[in-house]
Design a protein around this ligand. Structure first.
Ligand SMILES: C[S@@+](CC[C@H](N)C(=O)[O-])C[C@H]1O[C@@H](n2cnc3c(N)ncnc32)[C@H](O)[C@@H]1O
Length: 262
């Protein structure tokens, strides 16, 4: 990324409305001012240390996950260019972006807005931005998917969530926000681990392990039937595949992937 990118991605010309400096920065090359982070996004004390460690572990595990899921991710994002706006641009919002593990799958020239409530992903995110110069980065919003207060209605072509709907507090609210910020005809892409089929041993194991798993994994839940929320979210089309993730820890083997169109 270079100066030109940053100038081209002037936030004042984007659809990010009424932003406050407390939760947003637009220059991915400069450090976020930690003291300006909204108090809701706790970054100090034990919680802060835990979130910092989670960001580090999550960053390191993305290499293994991407290696195992490479072909699935390539297939998932293959038709992204189909959702370009009439003027040929593609504006993509990634909710729960983490360290930016999906950047390599986005098409050339795509404009990306990153959102994550954990500010400690900042340094890993910038590293991935540096490595993926084929994209234009509008900035990093430190906030939750349930309340995308800084993104205008119908202002993006595509929204992406991978391994996020398992962790958010309220899946329905996130999906409502996704529909609000997507333009008509825009798409929501997802790749998520989910609960196993009824009456299976794996499902039983998921329910047994879930309390501990969730506590250690920043709220990550093993027992969500996320496809039901997607079906109920009011999209006009839903393309969904139930897959078994290869060589993955057994409890997160069942996945769903696909996209919905607004
Ligand atoms: C397992 S990581 C996945 C990161 C990235 N999407 C990936 O595929 O590598 C889960 C991510 O969801 C984020 N997250 C948790 N709760 C969230 C919420 N309510 N809204 C948005 N993101 C959230 C976490 O901070 C973390 O970055």
């Amino acid at each position: 990324m270079n100066e030109r990118h940053l100038v081209e991605c002037d936030p004042h010309s984007t659809g990010l409305a009424n932003y406050t400096k407390s939760v947003i920065y637009f220059n991915p090359m400069s450090s976020v001012h930690k003291e300006q982070i909204h108090p809701e996004m706790e970054t100090t004390g034990l919680t802060g240390a835990y979130r910092r460690l989670f960001a580090l572990l999550s960053y390191n595990s993305t290499f293994i996950y991407n290696e195992k899921m490479h072909e699935f991710k390539r297939e998932l994002f293959r038709n992204l260019p189909r959702f370009r706006s009439g003027d040929g641009t593609l504006r993509l919002l990634e909710i729960g972006c983490g360290s930016g593990a999906n950047f390599q799958y986005y098409p050339d020239g795509c404009t990306v807005i990153c959102i994550d409530p954990n500010v400690h992903f900042d340094r890993y995110l910038r590293k991935n931005m540096e490595e993926n110069k084929h994209l234009c980065y509008e900035g990093f919003l430190v906030e939750s998917g349930e309340r995308l207060t800084h993104v205008e209605d119908a202002s993006v072509d595509v929204v992406v969530c991978t391994l996020v709907l398992c962790s958010v507090r309220n899946v329905r609210k996130v999906l409502q926000e996704v529909r609000r910020v997507l333009r008509t005809g825009g798409a929501f892409y997802f790749l998520e681990h989910v609960v196993s089929e009824c009456s299976s041993w794996l499902r039983f194991l998921q329910f047994v392990l879930n309390p501990l798993w969730s506590r250690l994994g920043e709220g990550c839940t093993l027992t969500r039937a996320t496809w039901r929320d997607l079906e109920a979210a009011g999209f006009s089309h839903l393309h969904i595949q139930h897959i078994s993730a290869p060589k993955m820890s057994t409890v997160i083997t069942p996945h769903i992937m696909g996209y919905c169109i607004k």
